[in-house]
Design a protein around this ligand. Structure first.
Ligand code: F6R
Length: 609
């Protein structure tokens, strides 16, 4: 989704800003722009399309100046176009970039038109820059003008404002859309994600909800929602992965699929000892929070929701607690009832998904015993606002389609299952079996990656297909759902997942030779049931691709291609069967020629509702 970069420096900043935008490209966007203050005047360049278009335009007509802001836009109000691209400008004086949605923009627009302002775009953002311009007629300075402006805004914003008449300052404000200040030597920066600023600094302070900050070359002054001066902790970034580097891989997605053994090893590091998962994996005081838990409510979106769906089977089966899993956008607008001793678990790669964050805030008001987030982004809103955090340590995930974050979430959730289970009487043998399984996961994933060539060949069969069905049972049903989501989001093939017991309740009607059916079939207690479902498809002329344990006794024939998956235990099976499905979607997308890392219409971090 939209990305923001801003800088106040002695040197020219346009290149720094554009490099920052490049590092945010993975979030998904449709246009890009930059504005700098050059000799007391605002200069702005915007382009529809990729950051490269903007960069080429700047090569032809460079912008000089030490104070500037830049943005990648993911359209919400107004079509993707140059006139709707940020930065937006008021009267040639004020320039603004903004992430989020201003919900009362229509009302503000009418008011501002009444005051004589002429709108040059269809965006909600433009009201911010005219409002700041208007407020500056009576305010003492840019800071107080922005403080007066944000009081009038309803909705979500992360915004940065510059004024050509006050050329060594930017004012930034956050409510519902993350912003981080980057501290340099004699220069300071702001961005919506620290990744954008890693080439210029590693010292960051995350703004809190309602904060407004004034940033100059030498100083950063932060004020809370009541305009009182506050300090926000400055931390050295631990982000080690360089977002700019695809290495030997053709796409970030493929790189991230192959990084899974390392990412899983990282997430386990220092968290298992003596056959037990350490409570400290979930943060300070976790033992206290986890000890009386009898019910778990999981909230997430998309791929992260699928990880939660799998964990429900484990928590109920092995940890002995009841568990509900719900999509965040549904949970937040539904009246739900609180079970005694309930733990709320949010799962999120980015830690900034708007619906998940809103659901967490709602749950806190409802009185959950504790809140835990399973999250990949240190310093993100979910981490800061939860009682406990399991930091995934998967490294930056750049491909819009989530891969390594999903398998690391599964590993984290399996650890949570044993931690909660231990407080509910899970035997030492069971804990030891699960932790042993966790520790052998990296090597087993490595083996599963060995299927890559076979899957690349198989993907050819999907070149002319428009639909696909994924089937699984038990904790493999969410894996089938994840497989279907991956295929649809990067290859644009319509894909559905069913718990295979549901086949005869409707979807069997779809089966014919044009509907490939992908089946995940580990050797577990549901195998025989699954085999009956496979026969139901075969009897109706369906063509199947079965990812099966070698002992599951499936054989390839005219109606079925069997792909043997390395044998694995029941604890790791969902994670291992995910790998071939990720590879399948990747290779089908390659054949279809889609934009694998930035599929159309999608964004990486969904910071609007
Ligand atoms: C799919 C995908 C999305 C995200 C979803 C939640 O590949 O990446 O479905 O899983 O937008 O995002 P996070 O995990 O950042 O909350």
């Amino acid at each position: 989704m939209c990305g923001i970069v801003g800088a106040v420096a002695q040197r020219d900043v346009a290149e720094i800003l554009v490099e920052g935008l490049r590092r945010l490209e993975y979030r998904g966007y449709d246009s890009a722009g930059v504005a700098v203050i050059q000799n007391g005047e605002l200069s702005r360049t915007r382009r529809l399309g990729k950051v490269q278009e903007l960069s080429s335009a700047l090569d032809e007509a460079p912008l000089a100046g030490g104070t500037g802001i830049a943005h990648t836009r993911w359209a919400t109000h107004g079509e993707p176009s140059e006139r709707n691209a940020h930065p937006h400008v008021s009267e040639g004086d004020i320039a603004v970039v903004h992430n989020g949605i201003i919900e009362n923009h229509n009302k503000l627009r009418e008011k501002l038109k009444g005051l004589g302002y002429v709108f040059a775009s269809d965006t909600d953002t433009e009201v911010i820059c005219h409002l700041v311009h208007h407020e500056l007629k009576t305010a003492d300075n840019l800071l107080t003008a922005v403080q007066a402006t944000v009081k009038q805004l309803e909705g979500a914003y992360g915004t940065v404002v510059i004024d050509r008449r006050d050329s060594e300052r930017m004012v930034v404000a956050r409510s519902g859309s993350p912003l981080v200040i980057g501290f340099g030597l004699g220069e300071n920066f702001v961005a919506s994600d620290q990744l954008a600023l890693l080439p210029v600094t590693r010292s960051f302070a995350f703004l809190e909800e309602g904060d407004v900050a004034e940033v100059t070359r030498r100083e950063v002054n932060i004020y809370d929602v009541n305009c009182n001066p506050v300090k926000r902790e400055v931390k050295e970034s631990e982000v080690t992965h360089d977002a700019g580097d695809k290495g030997e891989y053709r796409h970030y997605m493929l790189k991230e699929i192959y990084e899974q053994p390392t990412a899983i090893a990282h997430t386990l590091e220092g968290r298992i000892a003596g056959g037990k998962v350490l409570d400290s994996a979930f943060g300070e005081n976790a033992a206290e929070f986890l000890k009386d838990i009898k019910h778990v409510q999981i909230i997430a979106c998309g791929t992260s929701y699928h990880a939660g769906m799998a964990a429900r089977y484990w928590l109920e089966d092995w940890a002995g607690v009841s568990c509900n899993v719900e999509i965040a956008s549904e949970f937040r607008y539904r009246k739900s009832h609180l079970f005694p001793n309930s733990l709320l678990v949010t799962i999120s790669q980015s830690g900034e998904t708007a619906d998940t964050l809103a659901a967490l805030r709602l749950a806190k008001d409802m009185g959950y015993k504790a809140t835990l987030t399973i999250c990949n982004s240190a310093g993100s809103s979910l981490v800061r606002e939860s009682d406990m955090a399991y930091m995934m340590k998967a490294g930056a995930e750049i491909g819009v389609a989530s891969t390594k974050a999903f398998t690391v979430q599964l590993a984290g959730l399996l650890m949570l299952t044993t931690a909660i289970g231990r407080h509910n009487g899970m035997s030492e043998e069971m804990q030891a079996a699960i932790t042993q399984s966790l520790q052998s996961m990296p090597a087993k994933v490595e083996q599963a990656l060995g299927l890559d060539d076979a899957i690349a060949e198989l993907a050819e069969d999907f070149a002319d297909k428009h639909h696909a069905l994924f089937l699984g049972r038990g904790d493999q049903y969410p894996i089938a759902m994840e497989g279907a989501l991956k295929l649809k989001e990067i290859s644009y093939i319509h894909a559905e997942a069913y718990a295979s017991g549901e086949l005869k309740h409707g979807p069997l009607a779809l089966i014919d030779a044009d509907m490939p059916v992908i089946v995940v079939a580990p050797n577990n207690e549901l195998l025989e049931k699954l085999k009956s479902n496979v026969e139901e498809v075969r009897a109706r002329g369906g063509l199947m691709y079965v990812f099966a344990d070698k002992d599951a006794e499936f054989e390839s024939d005219d109606t079925m291609k069997v792909i043997p998956v390395p044998h694995c235990d029941e604890f790791m099976a969902p994670l291992i069967y995910t790998i071939p499905l990720q590879l399948l979607s990747y290779h089908v997308a390659l054949i279809k020629g889609t934009d694998v890392d930035q599929p159309r219409n999608l964004a990486k971090s969904v910071t609007v509702e």
